[in-house]
Design a protein around this ligand. Structure first.
Ligand code: MTE
Length: 329
């Protein structure tokens, strides 16, 4: 981790994913909060799992297992091959379980039943419902989505779930509601990373209502034809494939409709680097590295990044008239 501190353009170097930006930020934030140059101690380090044991760990006892595989929605196919499950499920960002990629084993501590989702704020129909009741109300489908991390690596994933629009329609937001705010669980005894006091737990993300009802906004409940593995943010996470991956909040417990723009977790940590909009744009570099290319995680190949991660047709119109905003960071 220490080596990454001196990196100016980490995306250009092979093996970026081994010394991730998130680890860099973690250290920097710690030093900032401590107010001196203390060395990092006590960061949660978890061992990796082999692909085979990972697959076994994937939700075999999950009560929703019978809902998968969900029917493919053929409107969401891709021109790239899928990231193998073994690779995806052993390389994750889930800071609640550690500030590095090998959190899969530690994330098995996540208890996903009972799991209550609260929908509140400026809505006609505030409600609390168990995840299995929510699943029963929704039509599940499978979509193949690109997933582009701000750290400049990418994957291609078969997510299962339901359009966020269906949940918004169920909640019936008031006309004064402008944003959707989502929040992850807070349980320090279960998630060792939440003892890292310098982070603003719980993890929060937000989007406009127009973004939330866009056809691409997807509530993910499964992957690779099964219930979501814990390290992916089980039992309910978001996928906004035209935005950098940090917008895709994991393990959601609360969905609130607000008039004010929510401040997200990474925005609170470093607003000059991780903004509210975070739309993918190869021409707008991160303050410390280029976003022009991305590294396909399972091949190592570097390919050009596309505007809105290749989803311009579906989302570009959302940003017309907002050119004065920092849309691409
Ligand atoms: N959600 C929570 N609750 N905690 C996190 O640390 N990391 C984000 C996002 N959602 C994160 C989160 C980041 S930085 C990315 S890139 C993606 O999850 C990673 O998703 P993946 O592990 O499925 O690739």
């Amino acid at each position: 981790m220490a080596a990454s501190i001196h990196r100016a353009k980490s995306w250009q170097q092979p093996g970026l994913e081994e010394t991730p930006e998130w680890a860099f930020l973690n250290r920097r934030q710690l030093l900032k909060k401590l107010g001196h140059g203390a060395a990092i101690g006590g960061l949660a380090m978890a061992g990796g799992l082999s692909g085979a044991s990972m697959r076994q760990a994937v939700a075999s006892e999950d009560p929703s297992a019978g809902l998968y595989p969900a029917k493919p929605n053929l409107a969401y196919r891709l021109d790239r091959e899928l990231t193998p499950e073994d690779i995806n499920s052993t390389y994750n960002n889930f800071y609640e379980f550690g500030s590095h990629k090998q959190i899969a084993r530690a994330a098995q501590a996540l208890r996903v039943r009972p799991w209550t989702v609260t929908i509140d704020g400026m809505v006609e129909q505030p409600m609390e419902l168990g995840i299995d009741d929510l699943l029963a109300k929704m039509d599940l489908e499978e979509r193949l989505y690109r997933h582009r991390c701000v750290e400049a690596w990418s994957m291609t994933i078969p997510w299962s779930g339901f359009p966020l629009k269906a949940l918004v329609e169920m909640a019936q937001p008031l006309s004064s509601a402008k944003y959707v705010r989502m929040e992850t669980f807070l349980d320090r005894s279960m998630a060792s990373g939440q003892n890292q006091f310098w982070y603003p737990w719980p993890y929060v993300e937000g989007m406009t209502i127009d973004e939330a009802v866009n056809e691409l906004s997807f509530m993910v409940t499964g992957a690779y034809g099964k219930p979501l593995a814990k390290q992916f943010g089980s039992p309910l996470r978001l996928a906004l494939p035209w935005k950098y991956g940090f917008k895709s909040i994991k393990s959601v417990v609360k969905i609130s409709f607000t008039e004010e723009r929510p401040v997200s977790f990474w925005e609170e940590v470093a607003a000059n680097e991780y903004g509210f909009w975070a739309n993918v744009n190869p021409e707008v570099p991160h303050p410390r590295w280029s976003q022009a290319q991305e590294r396909i995680l399972h091949t190592g190949e570097k390919v050009p990044t596309l505007l809105f991660n290749g989803y311009s047709e579906q989302v570009a119109h959302l940003y017309e008239g907002l050119e004065g905003e920092k849309l691409y960071m």
